[in-house]
Design a binder for this molecule. Structure first.
Ligand code: GAP
Length: 509
């Protein structure tokens, strides 16, 4: 058994070796927490984006898309609260000179106590066997209760200090908990400070005339400022949604875990505008829809879980994350937030433009409420990749690495492989390629032995390898090898497209 860290390392090196993800500007030693997608990565990423867009825009009559600019008027970020409040509490260790997020230090400390609880539970489970009642044990065992109480007290104090912007108390808490720097081992900490996560740049040529503008830290605001444009020109009636995918930028302090937390990343967001009072019902609807979207890819349900936010942002009246079990544990993949009328209300105030909706059913004008779904495209990429990565021992004793990607997301749907480079087989193979590539990304390969070619396509997740041999010239059949089972079947060339089309259909949930 390899541990989680080794497994994660394998995924990152596989991603690089097979042209999925490269460190940015690698010839200059890379740029921290910035990555480039390679020839296979771009296909997988495009496919995830398209799968999302289809499910949100194409399959919903009342959702339309936009593509807003990355640069926005600077007041946007004042109104949204990002200028004043989009920051992390930071603390430096004076000996190692390393910088940490204070909340991450506290969370890691809590995780250690949770680990102790889990150990108690596992020990008791072993002792009592089948008769073990975990819920009862957690509710009655004194050591578990003491540790849980410790966690609750830390959480309460920490969130209160953050809410009241009492950074001195955050530092005091870190000292009282005796949290040490993982690098130097010392508890020699600086004060806690706020650090705004937005990147800024200058627009305009002269120093005096230039305006400071921000690279958007979320795509959502591009939707809010276009709410009225879309509602009026699209004659949209509530409830309706606006979807967008695009780049977002955050100067993350603790940028780690490969493409999980990047400084430049892509979001897929949808703002759903509803009548005030209806938001809780729509919040539940979108939670279920988004979970179904994940499951429609055939990834098992136990890899996902909901995590309701304990501490709500000031503008939200409900919020939950869909977490995925990444190689480093369950972590946020998507957020579903009931954002009330906070954003539109703030933009109305700051812009002095009415952003109200006239409801023909009630003859009233009001600012709609919003339920948001927000998923990181790169995080989804990592979720899919880490789920798909498999090392298998085969019956003949050999080994293979196979990416069991959902077929709809695979970079190539089929590899077209003439068995030999002669006797008219390449020509026949190219005929098949010309036909199939009208509808599917296909890859033509004639180099190396067929077994080697199969392995290469296993490693990038191609669901089907289609081999053209001498019999193909006689009866228009080919062998079709399925990636996961490695089963080979002789099929008619005419049937190939239909078989592939069936394979890439979403799973019904
Ligand atoms: N508009 C709401 C919003 O931006 P968020 O929870 O800050 O909410 C939404 O971000 C999603 O964007 C996250 O669930 C995550 O998937 C992705 N995301 C956020 N920061 C990221 C980062 N630094 N790198 C990669 N993905 C990120």
């Amino acid at each position: 058994m390899i541990n989680q860290e080794e497994f994660f390392k394998k995924i990152t090196s596989h991603a690089k070796e097979y042209g999925f993800v490269f460190p940015s500007s690698e010839i200059y030693d890379g740029l921290s927490a910035v990555y480039d997608y390679g020839q296979n990565g771009v296909e997988l990423k495009n496919n995830i984006r398209q799968y999302w867009w289809k499910s949100m825009v194409q399959y919903h009559e009342n959702i339309v898309g936009v593509d807003a600019a990355i640069f926005m008027h600077p007041t946007t970020w004042k109104a949204s609260g990002h200028v004043d409040a989009f920051s992390d509490p930071l603390i430096d260790n004076k000996d190692s000179k390393k910088r940490y997020r204070a909340d991450v230090l506290v969370e890691d400390f809590i995780a250690k106590i949770e680990g102790k609880i889990d150990k108690e539970v596992a020990k008791a489970q072993k002792r009592f066997g089948d008769a073990f009642d975990e819920a009862q044990f957690r509710a009655t065992n004194q050591r578990v209760l003491d540790n849980q109480e410790k966690i609750n007290a830390i959480n309460k104090r920490f969130y209160k200090a953050l809410d009241q912007n009492d950074l001195a108390d955050v530092k005091l808490l870190i000292e009282e908990l005796e949290i040490a720097c993982p690098v130097s081992g010392s508890r020699n900490w600086t004060e806690v400070r706020h650090f705004n996560l937005m990147f800024s740049t200058k627009m305009g040529s002269t120093a005096d005339g230039a305006n400071e503008i921000f690279l958007r830290p979320e795509t959502a605001q591009g939707i809010f400022v276009n709410y009225l444009n879309v509602q009026k020109t699209g004659r949209m009636k509530l409830p309706f949604g606006i979807a967008q995918t695009g780049k977002a930028f955050r100067n993350e302090i603790v940028a780690r875990q490969f493409i999980f937390r990047m400084r430049e990343f892509e979001q897929m967001e949808m703002q759903f505008f509803v009548r005030p009072g209806d938001e809780k019902q729509w919040y539940e609807y979108w939670k279920a829809e988004r979970m179904n979207w994940m499951l429609s890819l055939g990834i098992p349900t136990e890899k996902f879980r909901f995590h309701a936010h304990e501490k709500l942002a000031h503008y939200a009246n409900a919020a939950a994350d869909i977490e995925f079990e990444f190689p480093f544990g369950f972590k946020e993949l998507e957020g579903i937030h009931s954002r009330t009328d906070f954003d539109l209300g703030a933009h109305q105030k700051f812009s002095n433009k009415k952003l109200q909706y006239f409801d023909p059913d009630t003859n009233e004008s009001y600012i709609p409420y919003v339920v948001e779904t927000s998923i990181g495209l790169d995080r989804m990429f990592l979720a899919v990749l880490s789920y798909a990565y498999n090392e298998e021992k085969l019956e003949d004793g050999s080994e293979r690495v196979v990416l069991k990607l959902p077929a709809v997301l695979a970079p190539y749907k089929a590899a077209i492989l003439p068995l030999m480079k002669k006797d008219g087989l390449p020509e026949k193979a190219r005929e098949i390629l010309a036909d199939l590539r009208e509808d599917f990304m296909c890859h033509y390969e004639e180099k190396d032995a067929i077994g080697k070619r199969y392995r290469r396509h296993d490693a990038i997740g191609t669901p089907y390898c289609i081999t053209i041999d001498h019999q193909s010239l006689e009866d228009n059949t080919v062998t079709m090898r399925e990636r996961d089972s490695m089963q080979q079947e002789r099929v008619k060339i005419d049937e190939l497209a239909a078989i592939i089309r069936k394979k890439i259909k979403p799973v019904k949930v």
